[in-house]
Design a protein around this ligand. Structure first.
Ligand SMILES: CC(=O)Nc1cnc2ccccc2c1
Length: 455
């Protein structure tokens, strides 16, 4: 027999184990790495942002579309070293299909246009607010999903399309309280690089990958991509010539480099004059170093940036006339932009122009003072709801003190109390939480009361 001390110890550990066995292992309540939950307050903020985006799209005559978040991986297997394709959130499904969570919306849009072939009346002005995904090693702790407002014009080959898109982008910034002093939009054309590379004898099929590298050059020192450049056959002299051209800060100086007949100069000049016609030229600046990181841009490119901070690009876009052909479709001109939900919210917070979303905008809390009045209380709540009010019904037996505290917490405008004496007189008691005043209202005059208080 073991000594009692040892026996007791064993007994304790046994009961502990027993306890552990019975207790469920605690669920990890965090959402998957790099993703966010939207609690009601977060959701009110997101809904507000999306409704600003939707209002602009409607004002510009754009129609909303959508596509599955899951696409065939083949939509994104471009070989140009882009971040969005290197960080594809892809997997093989149970049907042995190579699929991916979309990293961007434009390829889905191209697939949808191609599916309809000639059946669509061009021009298309379509918008969407898809959640887009990337699989990034969490070393950088960056998000793996975001919502991105997409606006695209298909079937217009003139820079009139880009000018509309820039105007829509500015309209959004103005709606949310930002000015041309807060935000600028850098504009360039990839034809600038195209004309330089052609002059230097670089073949056309290397343009896209060169642009992606030049875009990376903005963020990393040159020796970080030296071998990529070498792989593309871009020797030092080419890179030097390119970087020299890209430091040009005016269309005039670019014109002196590319010559007066340059197509790039012509389209940039035309775009700038259209921006003047829209009255948005104070937002726009030419910057030859802007190339954007997506391989499929072919002409004008642009990106909105925070003039006062280090925030990354707020939004970006450009012309992508060849995308449908890369999918085997007919040549169709297209231009568009993408606008992420994260950077803009940070900027609005910094500029202190983000509205508060703490309350759920409830008009009235309805409360039966006695349980036997509950049926009458929900009849009154229904009357108020049909009159257009948002009503929170107290669903359980509660003390008046709790109800007032609850109404205050949810920032309701009124509390409607169904109490025995008043009810016997065909009245309810209404407390106005903005001033604390309590009055009696005749039940058959509630509709007028709603009218009066909602005007
Ligand atoms: C600032 C931010 O969240 N960016 C972000 C977050 N998630 C993404 C997911 C896919 C593609 C680009 C993405 C970009």
């Amino acid at each position: 027999r073991k000594s009692s001390a040892v026996a007791d110890k064993d007994l304790i550990t046994k009961t502990e184990k027993g306890a552990q066995k019975k207790k469920q292992t605690k669920l990890d309540t965090n959402p998957p790495k790099g993703t966010r939950d939207f609690y009601p307050e977060d959701m009110r903020q997101r809904t507000w942002l999306f409704s600003q985006w939707r209002d602009v799209a409607k004002t510009y005559g754009f129609s909303e579309y959508d596509a599955p978040v899951l696409e065939s991986e083949s939509l994104y297997t471009r070989k140009a070293g882009e971040e969005v394709t290197e960080q594809l959130y892809n997997f093989v499904d149970k049907g042995d299909r190579a699929v991916a969570l979309r990293p961007e919306m434009t390829p889905s849009l191209a697939r949808m246009v191609m599916a309809k072939k000639g059946g669509l009346n061009l021009p298309l002005k379509w918008f969407s607010i898809p959640q887009c995904w990337r699989y990034e090693r969490m070393t950088r702790g960056r998000r793996r999903e975001h919502f991105q407002w997409n606006m695209d014009v298909w079937g217009v080959d003139g820079v009139e399309a880009e000018a509309e898109l820039l105007s829509a982008m500015v309209d959004f910034f103005e709606r949310v309280g930002l000015t041309a002093q807060d935000v600028g939009i850098k504009v360039n054309s990839r034809m600038v690089i195209g004309e330089v590379l052609t002059e230097l004898g670089i073949p056309e099929e290397k343009f896209a990958a060169t642009c992606v590298l030049v875009d990376k050059l903005e963020k990393v020192p040159i020796d970080a991509i030296q071998d990529d450049l070498a792989e593309l056959g871009l020797d030092r002299s080419v890179v030097e010539k390119l970087t020299e051209v890209l430091t040009n800060k005016s269309i005039e100086s670019i014109a002196s480099v590319l010559g007066p007949e340059s197509e790039a100069v012509k389209e940039l000049s035309k775009l700038m004059s259209l921006c003047k016609a829209y009255g948005i030229d104070e937002w726009i600046l030419f910057d030859a170093s802007v190339v954007r990181g997506l391989a499929y841009y072919t002409g004008i490119v642009f990106e909105a940036f925070d003039r006062k901070g280090e925030l990354r690009a707020i939004a970006g876009g450009g012309r992508y006339d060849k995308l449908l052909e890369t999918f085997g479709g007919d040549p169709t001109p297209a231009a568009g932009f993408g606008f992420g939900d994260a950077v803009i919210i940070e900027l609005l917070k910094e500029r202190d122009v983000l509205p508060s979303f703490s309350s759920a905008d409830i008009d009235s809390v309805v409360f039966a003072m006695k349980p036997e009045l509950y049926d009458d209380a929900i009849a009154i709540a229904t009357k108020l709801r049909k009159a257009g009010q948002s009503v929170d019904v107290v669903l359980e037996k509660k003390k008046t003190k709790w109800v007032f505290k609850h109404a205050d917490r949810i920032q309701s405008k009124y509390v409607i109390i169904v109490a025995p004496d008043e009810f016997a007189n065909g009245e309810v008691s209404v407390k106005d939480l903005s001033c604390g005043e309590q009055t009696s209202i005749k039940i058959e005059e509630l509709n007028e009361w709603v009218e009066k208080t909602s005007s």
